[in-house]
Write a protein that binds this ligand. Structure first.
Ligand code: ADP
Length: 619
């Protein structure tokens, strides 16, 4: 520590004397910085004009600017001062380089140099306040600081550090305290012995002192795992070798058999688990707060920088120590961010995407359900409508059906009468009677066929009866149903089938209903037409490898061209008692089975309706 004598008069001289005598023993380890507060003269002209006084603060760094500990503390002072005064402060910094030039001559030289440098500023007058910081009050006592120098002391509390160790290692039974051989190291050891007297009673306690660095390292490597090692300072080892204490601690910690703790922030990242330390921020803040008080003209006195528990998260992990056992408020350094801390943005985004996807999927599922329900509903409706359509067709065909039924019944009756006549003769011809009975049976079968066709026509479906059948077969059975009606209307029905089977998958009754609708319409269209021949042709054929076509053509009046596109729409009818539903039902049925229906006019007159259905299987 050094003060410029011309600036501070006798006060500086006395500090200089103290520094010169103590500097070597304290070395660079314990004196991070010193602040000189200037008295409050601004630049002369400005001051006169505005009457504005800007406080001036000189921060003296004992070493060069590369010593991280002091520079960090100095930065903390600067930041705090600038913040608190809203930058209305003049800050000066000087680096004294005492670690490389510890000799008294250098100190004197620096004193003269700084004295000259700041002479024409007039601001650092005799009333300037001096604040020292970066060492303990215990050291301050040893230094015998002048009374008017105020300290922002950092007490390196070994007991608090030891208690932190006990919290982390409740199972520990051994306690080792490491201290070096320099005068400072020894005084530290003596103080620790006194401070830890009560604490060490619970442990088998060993003070490791008067050892070489190699011996420290070896002994520390062999301590049992249930040990607590407290590192004080090793400025010198027994062989008189000088160390940066944290470098010595680092060497020992590398192979130590148990966790090491120390009361210095500078030990963190050098292999210690942690300790109760004064952080640079806390030190800087204490100094700056004292400076601000002084600037405000308030009386200031010595202050302790608050301590903080600091732990190295990597060392906690190395020794398997739980962070839960850290004292409240402990700061963890080098803590790997948790997955959440590291990726929270990505995680939130992913979560949002998943939620969004989930919602979309749920929405689609609900939509699908609804669609399925709607499809089922519409299918049921269609089945209902088709059944009504079937009944209507049966009604329309009832006259011809009755006629068709009458034929076999009449034949049965005639045959029965004939048989009765034969039986009444003297010598009945039994062979003939046998023949008649066979005829009766045949007629009965015909009547039965007619009835079962009507039954088939009227069959009601509660669900589609999917089956694979030959389209030719259904076309033939539809013609059979229509035959009577066609005859009644003098319509010649003909059909043309492919020789090969045309398998389709659908409900047979529905496809038959389509044919009946188209065919009855065709016969209706030929009703008023007076042509030599009323012809209805029913054709089936394979159009492509996967499709079959059924066409129904007539020689009727045809369809007006402008109606061709909309003829399948419901309720279009030209018939006095028509419903206009036959074609729309036919289209609904065909589309249900994946097919298409279309209408056209034939070149030679009349209309043709084509139904295309998918082939169930090839060959
Ligand atoms: P509806 O038979 O009750 O009138 P449809 O839907 O079956 O109902 O027929 C609708 C209309 O389409 C018929 O009224 C008719 O005018 C016309 N139509 C249907 N088939 C033919 C056809 N083969 N030739 C000419 N017009 C037709």
């Amino acid at each position: 520590m050094l003060f410029v004598d011309d600036l501070l008069g006798g006060k500086a001289m006395s500090l200089e004397r103290h520094w010169t005598t103590r500097s070597r023993q304290l070395g660079r380890y314990v004196v991070p910085c010193c602040v000189i507060l200037g008295t409050f003269a601004a630049a002369p002209v400005a001051a006169v004009k505005t009457g504005d006084h800007v406080p001036r603060v000189l921060i003296l760094y004992p070493y060069d600017e590369r010593l991280a500990a002091t520079t960090a503390a100095g930065e903390a002072i600067r930041t705090r001062l600038l913040q608190a005064t809203k930058a209305r402060i003049d800050l000066f910094s000087e680096f004294l380089d005492l670690s490389r030039f510890p000799e008294a001559e250098h100190i004197g030289r620096m004193a003269r140099y700084l004295s000259a440098k700041y002479a024409d500023r007039r601001e650092l007058a005799a009333s300037a306040k001096v604040i020292v910081a970066g060492f303990s009050s215990f050291t301050a006592e040893e230094m015998d600081l002048p009374n008017d120098v105020v300290g922002a002391f950092s007490d390196f509390d070994i007991v608090k550090t030891a208690e932190m160790a006990r919290g982390l290692q409740p199972e520990a039974r051994h306690l080792f305290i490491i201290g070096g051989s320099s005068e400072f190291d020894r005084s530290w050891l003596a103080r620790a012995r006194a401070d830890l007297a009560a604490f060490s009673k619970d442990y088998e306690t060993t003070y490791l002192e008067d050892l070489t660095i190699e011996e420290f390292t070896k002994v520390a490597a062999e301590v049992p795992r249930d040990s607590i090692i407290l590192a004080l300072t090793i400025l010198k080892d027994r062989d008189g070798r000088n160390f940066m204490p944290r470098e010595a601690v680092k060497q020992i910690a590398e192979t130590a058999g148990a966790p090491i703790y120390g009361p210095y922030l500078t030990y963190i990242d050098y292999g210690v688990v942690g300790g109760s330390v004064v952080t640079f921020e806390s030190l800087g803040k204490t100094v700056a707060d004292l400076a601000l008080e002084a600037v405000a003209g308030k009386p200031i006195s010595n202050l302790e920088s608050p301590q903080t528990y600091v732990a190295d998260a990597r060392q906690l992990e190395r020794w398997g120590l739980s962070e839960k056992n850290l004292p409240a408020g402990a700061i963890q350094m080098f803590k790997e961010p948790t997955f959440w801390e590291q990726y929270w943005l990505a995680a939130v985004f992913a979560l949002a995407v998943i939620t969004f996807q989930g919602t979309v999927i749920a929405g689609l599922l609900i939509e699908r359900r609804r669609r399925q329900a709607a499809e089922t509903e519409s299918r049921h409706r269609l089945l209902e409508v088709v059944h009504l359509n079937q009944s209507a067709t049966a009604g329309a065909l009832s006259a011809s059906i009755a006629h068709e039924l009458n034929q076999p019944l009449g034949a049965i009756r005639s045959n029965a009468e004939a048989a009765a006549v034969i039986l009444r003769s003297e010598r009945p011809d039994l062979e003939l009677i046998g023949q008649i009975l066979v005829d009766i049976q045949d007629d009965d079968q015909r009547a039965h066929d007619v009835i079962s066709r009507i039954r088939g026509l009227l069959k009601k479906r509660s669900e589609i009866d999917w089956q694979e059948f030959d389209l030719n077969e259904v076309a033939t059975s539809a013609i059979r149903i229509l035959r009577g009606e066609a005859e009644r209307r003098s319509v010649v029905v003909s059909s043309s089938h492919t020789s090969r089977e045309l398998p389709v998958r659908a409900d047979r009754v529905h496809v038959q209903q389509v044919i009946l609708n188209l065919a009855t319409n065709a016969m209706d269209a030929m009703l008023e037409v007076i042509t030599t021949e009323k012809r209805l042709l029913l054709e089936t054929r394979l159009t492509t490898e996967s499709q079959v076509e059924l066409s129904i053509s007539d020689t009727g009046r045809g369809i007006p061209d402008e109606r061709l596109a909309s003829i399948f729409e419901p309720f279009y009818t030209t018939k006095p008692h028509g419903t206009g539903l036959g074609l729309s039902i036919a289209r609904a049925i065909v589309e249900t089975y994946g097919g298409k229906i279309s209408a056209a006019n034939r070149p030679g007159g009349g209309a043709v309706f084509r139904v295309v259905l998918p082939l169930a299987r090839n060959g």
